[in-house]
Design a binder for this molecule. Sequence first.
Ligand SMILES: NC(=O)c1ccc[n+]([C@@H]2O[C@H](COP(=O)([O-])OP(=O)(O)OC[C@H]3O[C@@H](n4cnc5c(N)ncnc54)[C@H](OP(=O)(O)O)[C@@H]3O)[C@@H](O)[C@H]2O)c1
Length: 310
Amino acid sequence: MKQLVIEAFGGPEQLTLVETEHPPLTASQIRLKMHFAGVNPVDAKTRAGLGWGAQAVKDRLPWSPGFEVMGEVQEVGSEVCRFMSGDRVFGLVSGGGYGEELVVDCNEMLPVPEAVSDEMAAGLALAGLTAWQGLTEHGGLKAGERVLIAAAAGGVGHLAVQLAKDMGATVVALGSPANHDFLRSLGADEVLDYRDEAALNALAPVDLLFDLVGGTSGCSLLSHVKSGGRVVTVPTITADEVMAAARRQGLTASGMLKTNDIEQLEQLVQAVAEGRLKVEVSQVFPLADGVAAHRQIETGHTRGKILLQG
Ligand SMILES: NC(=O)c1ccc[n+]([C@@H]2O[C@H](COP(=O)([O-])OP(=O)(O)OC[C@H]3O[C@@H](n4cnc5c(N)ncnc54)[C@H](OP(=O)(O)O)[C@@H]3O)[C@@H](O)[C@H]2O)c1
């Protein structure tokens, strides 16, 4: 089977398609034919040698990116009773999603409900869990509060807008003007261009800043948080910088690293099945075009999710 791997950290062109074989299944594993794999900023950062991802894989190159997948079960290990051949499944995996086939532990996967498309399931796990855990576990968002979501039209942000609205919050979404109608269609109450200083200066303060941009951009948004308010900064590489600045202002600040909570993921996919949550897939690239997919995610201006097709 074909798999996209990197032999060394570097630019998108490091991604090459190679022929590999998976070992036989252990008792709890399943073999999937990958239909779609989500492409996330962490894939590109790790490929470039940055962040916790690169630290984790630096001593075991070649490495294949891909932390969220959707596919069809082809074979199950001797003790697997949750799934059978032909089932549509999806979930968060610990890398290796960029391949025609994937071997995963059955407990990492969930069935895809009939009402949910392959594409929506493929784009849900990483971004959806990050949005949910960021707003609730880390951000403590409550009904009636105002939340400011930076990078609201991106992979995590467009789900966060919908989830925050569903929780009864007033959602202030930041995005470039080309994304404003999209953000309103997701339920955002107020939509602002993050480059429009006059509009930002007129913004009523918020209870929670959900910062999906980080660095100096994240720090510049801290002035819009109410006295005693909260900040969750999601990009890990700049989290210390944003948290330190927030604490200097007397705000409660936390960084986060999403966890694979299968019960939360089940609730998220149920919301998709019932039409309460929509995963926007803006572009699908063939597996062989992984380089182009990484160039797109590295623009920092992707709407919703992009996927690789197996
Ligand atoms: N810690 C964790 O567990 C975790 C999990 C998931 C993601 N992350 C991190 O969280 C960040 C967001 O992830 P993602 O998947 O949502 O990224 P993404 O899809 O690439 O985000 C793209 C969006 O960012 C917006 N954007 C770019 N520059 C901006 C700025 N200066 N101000 C406001 N918005 C801006 C763009 O808006 P326009 O196109 O409208 O300009 C675009 O909609 C990444 O750094 C990612 O690595 C961390």
